[in-house]
Design a protein around this ligand. Structure first.
Ligand SMILES: Cc1cc2nc3c(=O)[nH]c(=O)nc-3n(C[C@H](O)[C@H](O)[C@H](O)COP(=O)(O)OP(=O)(O)OC[C@H]3O[C@@H](n4cnc5c(N)ncnc54)[C@H](O)[C@@H]3O)c2cc1C
Length: 360
């Protein structure tokens, strides 16, 4: 079987890996460099933000994927020697007004959740802002160092002789199979490649290649700042009023993020920098004693309700999609890749597929 995958972000790379493991011949193409868009720009929290506020469809994918991450880490370490820094640092939600919902959700989903008052917060996180009055801590939520994960996946795919990775190769259109020919992709260079299946994993750009009514994915810009601290200064991820800190093992701390409808413009802005600096100060005041060392932006693949589209594209035989993971593409990726691969290969899906079917 021969499959063309459009887009080498986390979804394209992991889908390619699933298929390669099954012996499929894969051509994975990206219009730019491999893995430099949303999947690189993201924070790497291995959980939806405020997980109790999501639909069962997103929860099902994220729980499956969270359970799969440790094995992925172990396999990548063994096969390509790259540590993806899957770190169970926990996530602290500060001053949420729905702590009770969080507790109920945690109980129903067999997840540990601690509800903390102001004194306990100060004792455990002494640098936290003084107006932190209450918190909900999920100690089992992990983070992944997403740029390293992407690097490891590229190195892993390079080990398969039947996988072809093509950067700077934009696809201008995708066509379904007809009586006379298979599904195909047309490159902007004019080259046409036929395949048994074409899978669109083009993130925020996916609706440019597919009927928008079936796959209503739009770009939603997110900006991020990076600070430098001594390792161990901040020990957990912290979230307040929709903004968060992600402390890496080496002391780098990410502060994110914005949610902006700015079309396909993924430049950074002074307004967002100011907003994120204020957010960082409201989370951990000491962090902003030094200016941020880096500022970047990425385009999330926004979808209605954050539920991704994973399945066959209607009326385009042989064309499939795995896109629209919105704010949760990094956590959902192992499950999304498993599901699309099962569907394309005609295997019994490891997860119920119906909630993610493109619209008809
Ligand atoms: C600031 C920010 C913070 C985030 N934090 C988190 C987080 O903490 N946890 C989490 O789970 N998620 C997070 N996300 C969301 C997550 O990053 C995305 O949902 C995910 O990366 C989407 O992956 P993707 O592979 O679908 O898209 P992308 O990584 O954008 O990859 C799509 C690829 O397709 C290519 N492409 C597009 N069109 C074509 C074409 N015509 N031909 C060839 N190639 C094409 C693009 O060049 C791109 O490389 C965050 C996102 C942002 C921006």
């Amino acid at each position: 079987m021969r499959v063309v995958i459009v887009g080498a972000g986390i979804n394209g790379l992991l889908t390619a890996r699933e298929l390669a493991k099954a012996g499929v011949e894969v051509m994975l193409c990206d219009q730019g460099e491999l893995a430099q868009q949303a999947s690189w720009a993201g924070g790497g929290i291995v959980s939806p933000l405020y997980p109790w506020r999501y639909s069962p469809a997103v929860t099902a994918l994220s729980q499956w994927a969270q359970a799969a991450y440790p094995l992925l880490r172990d396999e990548l370490m063994a096969d390509v020697g790259i540590d993806i820094e899957l770190l169970t640092s926990g996530l602290l939600f500060v001053n949420t007004d729905d702590a009770r919902d969080a507790r109920v959700w945690a109980q129903a989903n067999a997840t540990t959740c601690e509800v903390l008052d102001a004194d306990s917060l100060r004792e455990r996180w002494p640098g936290l802002a003084h107006d932190a009055e209450q918190g909900v801590f999920f100690p089992d939520i992990a983070q992944v160092r997403n740029p390293r994960l992407l690097k490891a996946l590229i190195a892993d795919l390079q080990r398969y002789p039947q996988v072809q990775l093509r950067s700077k190769t934009a696809i201008s259109s995708v066509s379904g199979a007809q009586a006379s020919h298979s599904a195909s992709v047309m490159f902007t260079s004019g080259e046409l490649v036929e395949a048994d299946a074409v899978i669109v994993c083009a993130g925020a750009w996916s609706a440019k290649l597919l009927p928008r009514a079936a796959v209503p994915v739009r770009p939603v810009r997110g900006q991020m700042l990076q600070y430098e601290t001594a390792p161990g200064t901040i020990t957990s991820m912290i979230l307040r009023d929709g903004h968060y800190l992600i402390p890496r093992a080496d002391g780098l701390v990410l502060c994110g993020s914005t949610l902006e409808e700015a079309g396909f413009d993924n430049r950074t802005t002074a307004e967002a920098r100011e907003l994120l600096e204020k957010a960082a100060a409201s989370l951990w005041p000491g962090l902003t004693e030094q200016p941020p060392v880096r500022h970047w932006a990425g385009l999330r693949p926004g979808s209605p309700n954050g539920i991704p589209f994973i399945g066959a594209v209607p009326e385009q035989a042989g064309v499939w999609v795995n896109a629209g993971q919105y704010r949760n593409g990094l956590v959902l990726a192992p499950a999304s890749a498993a599901l699309i691969s099962d569907l394309v290969l005609g295997r019994t899906p490891r997860l119920a597929a119906a909630p993610y079917a493109p619209m008809t």
